[in-house]
Design a binder for this molecule. Sequence first.
Ligand SMILES: O=C(O)CCC(=O)C(=O)O
Ligand SMILES: [Fe+2]
Length: 326
Amino acid sequence: MDQAHDKQPELNTSVVFQMPSLTRKGQALSQQETDFFLENGFLIKERLIEPGLLDGALDRVWQHQLAAVPVAPDADWRLRREDAGTWVNPRWAPQPPHPDHGYHQGRQPVEYVGRMVKLHDIGTAPWLLDLLPRNPVVRKIAKQMLGENLRNTRCCRGVYAIFPTRSEPDSGASELPRLGPHIDQVCQQLNVCAYLDDVPPRNGGFTVYPGSHRIMFGAHRYEANFSPTDGFREAMRRVVAEIEPLELVAPAGSVIFWHGRLVHSAGLHTGDRIRWALFADYCQDRPVLSDEQHKALGQYEWFKDTRLFRDDHVVTNDMWRSWRIG
Ligand SMILES: O=C(O)CCC(=O)C(=O)O
Ligand SMILES: [Fe+2]
């Protein structure tokens, strides 16, 4: 933290937010929804994913969770779906270091640390891609925002789970999680997050800083490529100091659309449920850098379908000039 942080916010509060219905029948995106997105940098479409697609998805995710995430060998604990008591304070095996070369450079195929599990490795499963980034209903809205020229989806980030935790004074693991406001790197235009199960208040709902996309956009050199200016840290500090974060609650099947420069965080979690969310990215179909070029720039993230644009547009006063809306 730098010295300008004399009034550092506590990062342990947010406001629970449920999306008001702004939809008009027969429209993928109403004018009110568009206006809401432009102003706030996010939009929730509740129950957008058809129940037929959603049914069974969580079963498969659970199967993968149980098969792919190792439990601490010395722990007298097993995760069981049918026993919610076992969801609290998970005891994973130590996470191996992230690979420093090769395809998986920078990130293990599955990440498990404390309350957080990231199942990146199922991000190429066709049934998961069909659920969200390739889902025509979701894609139609993405096209309404970004234009027809969307890149074909190769992968998504995968399923991110947040497990309930309780402080255990004797265990030494007493620090309760705080918000971790940030924006994502590589190339960020439009991102989506789908809830695979209901996300009630204080159960780790995706948390956003409304309007921060307008501040952070101006703290980059290029419109979509991660390219922070000298003012980036100060812009981030301002967002966190001045904007009240919103914890997004929504029923299973809801999809959150968010602008690539929106400051966000995994949500606070004092509840009992596992927050199951699927993350994916949309970009326009424009020439991109190679994997090797990403590595050379320190922006290689194999688990995201966001390659840096070869010729990104320089930031101007019109932050929507490359979008269809705005
Ligand atoms: O899991 C979440 O809610 C947030 C994840 C996130 O922001 C990220 O991985 O970049
Ligand atoms: Fe993020």
